[in-house]
Every structure is written in structure tokens, then in C-alpha cells.
Design a protein around this ligand. Structure first.
Ligand code: GLA
Ligand code: GLA
Length: 680
């Protein structure tokens, strides 16, 4: 479906060769009619071929319960179509209008401490509210029926960033739906009581009606109740997504359906790998969070999105041309950042580069958020960069529809472990699941080694080295699978606080990490988390923070790759490796950070036979990603530095990039080059 969609994006005089999509959220209802024609003219100038319309238009489309106003939307759809611009049409359900919340305040979410989340911002609706659903699906049906045959309609955009503001709702609707979900999962109360460990603190339930979401409690709420509530909350939004999708599929079976995920930073509530199968193509929104690893984080998120999309092309539905408005300090992008950030997503499989938003708002909560057309207007550096990127994306048309070529190293990213490892009442509150995974990713980038970020359900056998940081939740079948992976030749690396609990968040007994104890050939009697600011030295493997373990080697064949030199466990093993069948299983018991991991990694990459594919002078400075299709392999080379990097010895057709007088590629500061090599 995505390829049909990409073939529609050629403009009025175009052929049907697939193109990368380029565009933005377009909110014409914020502007007087006379701006609309200029918008379409500037979109054409910039090379825009797809815009998302109607995302926050519910109050405009349906001003009262039985009153509809489609005139303006008909007109804008017509103008866009005449301009050769396709529409990713929103179902418009993201933000309920005041008439609805006034008539039905029972759709408003409730916090854990019982406060109502009032209207006034956006997304103030309960995912489980039957009343909200009835009204929202009526709108979806009306939209679908009206625009089913509109020639501008390219895709459906369900709601917006589902769960951005309403992932956790503790209302009575949520309580009812949570009970239904639990009955489905456990069937009997006995099974639930066992899973939740309710023998502890007198929590045994004797009736389903007694069960509540984990509302504000006197001390730590039951951990399995918390974990199940996270699972349930993700599932509740997934259910809602399906409900909208089903209406759309019924009326427009041939129009692809998507919704914009938020794979970035700490947006962990939504189990996206579990949602991805519900839509026709994956879309993601991403914003740079300034900091020392900001572009590594961008690459990591794009990479994970590709993993969630099973390596197939996906859409970058929103990012920013420059500053956002919702960080404590909103930094403008430097010259070159706009193109590099976008192309890094394309490198990782994005077939669309779209922004929030087309024209920067003059009013409202996001008026300081950058856009394609800034407050200054088209005579601006941002708009010139936007137009230049439009040209670059045209040159990259051959990339459209190609898939990302798998790497030899996989980093496992697991929502269940993310959720469970960071819950309260643990050995440390300082553990940051995503940061640990990102550090491994950055360390691999520093060595110039490509890695895929994958979920536990991916085909793990495709990786020679599998790094599973803080894989905290390991149910029995996964333990078996990882053991099989290593014994049949894979090289598994895992870290502190991995394999400690099962799917019910119950400890695997007999010494940690219970699920992997035999495979790793080690046994841990006690965890040794470190206070903030404390560290321990390892002999020859850097400095550890956050965590240490008291490790006993139980299998004499285990190699100790590093010992603790200081700290409570001085002299004891810190990093171990056991040869397991044809592969191996290694354990890293502390947080080494990017530099420490970059120092350790050659030792772990060696047995797996993985090396950098980059020329020595580019390792660390350049990130290389490969996309592959029937017409060739496309090498994306991204300058990670603020300096110039020469790339000698590369032959191929340069689609994007500069060459020196000798014809060698040269990557300027933050530049991206794309080279096409013959297929093979
Ligand atoms: C007190 C309580 C116990 C237990 C411990 C934990 O002693 O009485 O039930 O919670 O604290 O430190
Ligand atoms: C997301 C939302 C947009 C807007 C931007 C701001 O992309 O979907 O509506 O709020 O964030 O960065």
C-alpha cells in the first residue's frame, strides 16, 4: 500500500514513479482564506507533495452535535489537489470540542489522585469512554463517507499521537475496562491473585469488582498491578485505534491507514511494536532533545522505528525545522541540521519527511514552535533550507520503497523490560532503561559499527551479536530462545538487572539472573547499586556507575573479561563470558557509559567476527546506513561531527553529496551523502 501511495505523489504532471513524500501538518483553519492560495503556491515551490489536514479540526467541522461544516475543508482539499498535493487526512478526533465535553464531562480523564483533566488544552478524553467512542466514531464515519472518493485523499491519519497526554486514565471507565482486560488475561481470580502476589500486604481479592487501577495509594502499589495497568493502558489505546481503523476500512478499503507514533525520548507508555500490525504503514514523530547524544538519539529512534516497522519503509510524520516550544530551553537548529536530521530518518527507512507544521502559528500554545514557513515568511533561512531539502528529496526518489539492509549487530529493545525495570521499590531509582540501550548504540557508532535496534520478536538469528541491555523481564520461553540463540552460534551480551523476573514480575529464584544463570555460568547473590556520584574502577575496562553485582562464577569455563578493582566487590568478576555451544553469552554487571562500552566492545565484537565497514579514517565520525531495493544499494553516510570528513575510495553514483577536485566524496560539517551502488 505504501508503494501505491508513493506513486501518487508526483504532482499534476508527474508520472507514477514513486517519490519520497515531503510535507507537514497543515492547519489552514488558523488562517484567513487569502493565505490558503499562497500556501499552496509556496508548497509547490518547496517541493511539498503531502500534507496532513484536519488533525485538530473537530470543533470546526462539527460546531454542534448535529451541525456540520465541511465547506472550508472541501475547499482546501480542492485547492491542494489542484496544486498536485496529496492529503493525509486526519480523522479529526484528537481533541474533543467544548460542546462535547460540556454535555459529557464523563469523557474527561482522571489522574491517579482523582483529579479531573479538564478541557483547555487537547486530548482530554478517556481511551475507554463509551461516550467518547460513540461521538468520535460518528465523526470518523462522516469524514470517511464525505471524502472516500476525493482525488486528494492519499492516506488516513487516525487521531494524533495516541497517548501523548492521555495514556494513563484512572477513571471509573478505566476501572471497568481494566477488570475486563484482567478477566481476559487471567480467567480466574485465583490466577490473578497468584500473578499479583496478593498474599503480600493482605491484598487478596475475592471479587473482580474489588480491583482498581493503581490509584494514589499509601505506599508502593502492587508492582504486578502496576505492570498490568501499563499493559492494559497500551492495549486500551490500541483497541481505540482499531475501532477507528475498522470504520475507515469498511468505507475506504483501498486507502492506507496510519497513526503517528512517538518513538523518541521517554514516551514509553505505548507498546508500539504491539500496535504496528494494526495499521497499513508505520509513522513516527521525532523531536531532537538537545544534549551530548542528541543526534545518536535521533538515529536510535529512527532505527527502532524501522525495527517496529519490520524493516519496511515508514513515514516520518512530524519533526521540526528548527526549535520546538515545549522544552525548558528551545534551541534553534544550526545551519545544516534541518537537512541532516531529516536525511538521517530517511537513511533508517523513512519514505516521508514531514514536519509539524507548515505555517508557524500566530496564536495558540505552539506559536513559538518552528515550521516550514516561519513567522518571518518565505524570505527566510528556514524556508530556503526547506526548499533546498525538497530538491534533495527529489534527487532521492530512487530510494523510495527500498528497505533497510539488516546489520550484523542487534540491540534488543523491550517494552516490558522498560516498564518493569523502572518501577518503584527497586534496588535503585536511578536506572534508566533507554539510556543504557542508547549508550551501547553510541558506543557502536563511535566504533563505526552498524547495529539494528530490534524487539524480542524479531528474527534474532539474523544477528551475529545480540546486545540485550537490562533485559529485566525474561519469561521462560524467551530464556529458552536466548539459550538456543547462543548455543547455535549467536553471541549474546546482556547486563545488570537482566533476567531477574518473569512475566508476572516474580523473581526467578536461586540466585540472579535466574532466567540466564545457566547460560551465563554465573550466580549473583546480592545486587550492589551505587549511590549517585559513586563509581568503581574495573581493571582495563573503564569505570562503572549505577550498579555492581557480587558475581560467583559457577561454570569453570567462564572467562572473566574484567574484574572490579575498587568498591565493595573489588577483586570479583565484573564482566564475564561463557562459551555456550557454538556461540557465547557475556554479562556486563555495571554501567560503563559510552566510552567504557566503546573500550569493551572490540572484545565482544571479535568472537562474533563483526568489524566496521567504514574506512579507518571515517570510523566514529561517520554513521553509515544502507537501504536496499531492486535497483541498487543506497549508502547513506552521515557526518556525526562539526568538522569536514573526506571519504576516499568509494565508488558509485553520488545522488547527494559533494566531491573534491579528485572526485572523492567530502562530507562537510553535519552533511549527509547518498551513494548508489549496483544491486548485489
Ligand atoms: C517496616 C515495616 C515492614 C517493612 C519494612 C521495610 O519495618 O513494618 O512491613 O515494610 O519496614 O523496610
Ligand atoms: C507533536 C504533535 C503536534 C505538535 C508537535 C509539537 O508532533 O503531534 O501537534 O504538538 O508535537 O512539537
Amino acid at each position: 500500500m505504501i508503494s501505491t501511495l508513493l506513486s501518487q505523489l508526483n504532482g499534476p504532471d508527474g508520472d507514477s514513479t514513486p517519490r519520497l513524500a515531503y510535507g507537514a501538518d497543515y492547519n489552514p483553519e488558523q488562517w484567513p482564506r487569502e493565505v490558503w492560495e499562497e500556501d499552496v503556491r509556496l508548497m509547490r515551490e518547496a517541493g511539498v507533495n503531502l500534507v496532513s489536514v484536519g488533525i485538530f479540526s473537530w470543533a470546526r467541522i462539527q460546531p454542534a452535535r448535529d451541525q456540520w461544516d465541511f465547506g472550508w475543508l472541501d475547499e482546501i482539499m480542492g485547492l491542494l489537489h489542484a496544486g498536485g498535493i496529496g492529503v493525509d487526512l486526519a480523522t479529526a478526533t484528537a481533541s474533543p470540542p467544548p460542546w462535547l465535553t460540556t454535555a459529557h464531562p464523563e469523557i474527561l480523564p482522571v489522574t491517579a489522585s482523582g483529579e479531573t483533566v479538564w478541557p483547555g488544552a487537547r486530548q482530554h478524553w478517556r481511551p475507554t469512554s463509551p461516550v467518547f467512542r460513540e461521538h468520535a466514531l460518528r465523526l470518523v464515519r462522516t469524514m470517511a463517507e464525505r471524502y472516500a472518493d476525493h482525488p486528494a485523499l492519499a492516506a488516513w491519519h487516525i487521531s494524533n499521537e495516541l497517548g501523548c497526554h492521555n495514556i494513563y486514565d484512572y477513571s471509573d471507565d478505566a476501572a471497568r475496562a481494566f477488570r475486563d482486560w484482567l478477566r481476559d488475561r487471567y480467567t480466574t481470580l485465583d490466577a490473578l491473585n497468584h500473578a499479583w502476589g496478593t498474599a503480600f500486604w493482605s491484598q487478596r481479592y475475592s471479587d473482580w469488582e474489588q480491583i482498581l487501577p493503581p490509584r494514589l495509594a499509601a505506599s508502593h502499589p502492587n508492582p504486578t498491578q502496576q505492570l498490568d495497568f501499563k499493559r492494559f493502558s497500551s492495549d486500551a489505546l490500541k483497541e481505540y485505534l482499531r475501532a477507528e481503523r475498522d470504520v475507515l476500512r469498511e468505507i475506504t478499503p483501498d486507502v492506507p491507514v496510519t497513526t503517528n507514533f512517538m518513538v523518541m525520548g521517554n514516551t514509553k507508555g505505548m507498546n508500539y511494536p504491539d500496535w504496528a500490525g494494526e495499521i497499513d504503514f508505520v509513522s513516527n514523530d521525532h523531536y531532537v532533545h538537545p544534549g551530548p547524544q542528541d543526534r545518536d538519539e535521533l538515529s536510535f529512534s529512527a532505527n527502532l522505528t524501522s525495527g517496529i516497522a519490520s524493516g519496511r519503509p515508514w513515514f516520518l510524520m512530524e519533526h521540526s525545522t528548527s526549535a520546538v516550544n515545549w522544552q525548558p530551553v528551545n534551541v534553534a537548529k544550526r545551519p545544516g541540521d534541518l537537512a541532516r536530521d531529516s536525511l538521517l530518518h530517511v537513511a533508517h527507512g523513512a519514505d516521508a519527511v514531514c514536519y509539524f507544521q507548515w505555517r508557524q502559528s500566530a496564536a495558540g500554545a505552539e506559536k513559538y514552535h518552528s515550521a516550514m514557513v516561519p513567522h518571518a515568511g518565505a524570505d527566510s533561512e528556514v524556508f530556503r533550507a526547506v526548499t533546498a531539502l525538497g530538491q534533495t528529496l527529489k534527487a532521492l526518489a530512487p530510494v523510495a520503497g527500498t528497505e533497510r539492509e539488516p546489520a550484523r549487530v542487534g540491540i534488543v529493545y523491550d517494552w516490558e523490560s522498560w516498564w518493569a525495570s523502572e518501577q518503584d521499590s527497586h534496588p535503585t531509582a536511578l536506572l534508566d532503561y533507554r539510556q543504557e540501550a542508547l549508550d551501547w548504540y553510541s558506543a557502536l557508532l563511535a566504533l563505526g559499527v552498524r547495529a539494528d535496534v530490534v524487539t524480542t520478536t524479531a528474527d534474532l538469528d539474523r544477528y551475529d551479536l545480540l546486545i540485550a541491555p537490562v533485559l529485566h523481564v525474561i519469561p521462560a520461553p524467551l530464556a529458552k530462545e536466548l539459550t538456543r540463540y547462543a548455543e547455535t552460534g549467536g553471541h549474546l551480551v546482556t547486563t545488570y538487572f537482566s533476567g531477574v523476573v518473569d512475566e508476572n514480575d516474580h523473581i526467578w529464584l536461586g540466585g540472579h539472573p535466574g532466567a540466564l544463570r545457566d547460560l551465563l555460568g554465573i550466580r549473583i547473590e546480592e545486587f550492589g547499586p551505587l549511590l549517585d556520584g559513586d563509581s568503581v574502577d574495573l581493571d582495563g575496562a573503564g569505570t562503572g556507575t549505577l550498579w555492581t553485582d557480587r558475581i560467583t562464577v559457577t561454570d569453570p569455563t567462564v572467562e572473566v573479561l574484567a574484574h572490579y578493582r575498587t568498591g565493595t566487590y573489588a577483586g570479583m568478576p565484573a564482566v564475564t563470558r561463557r562459551a555456550a555451544g557454538q556461540g557465547s553469552a557475556s554479562y556486563v554487571s555495571t554501567r560503563l557509559g559510552v566510552d567504557g562500552l566503546a573500550g569493551l566492545l572490540p572484545e565482544l565484537l571479535g568472537p562474533a567476527g563483526v568489524r566496521s565497514e567504514l574506512p579507518a579514517e571515517a570510523r566514529g565520525s561517520v554513521e553509515q546506513i544502507v537501504r536496499r531495493g531492486p535497483d541498487g544499494r543506497f549508502l547513506f553516510l552521515v557526518n556525526r561531527t562539526d568538522g569536514t570528513v573526506p571519504l576516499t575510495g568509494l565508488s558509485g553514483e553520488v545522488l547527494v553529496g559533494d566531491t573534491d577536485s579528485e572526485g572523492s566524496l567530502v562530507l562537510g560539517p553535519r552533511d549527509v551523502a547518498v551513494v548508489r551502488l549496483p544491486a548485489g
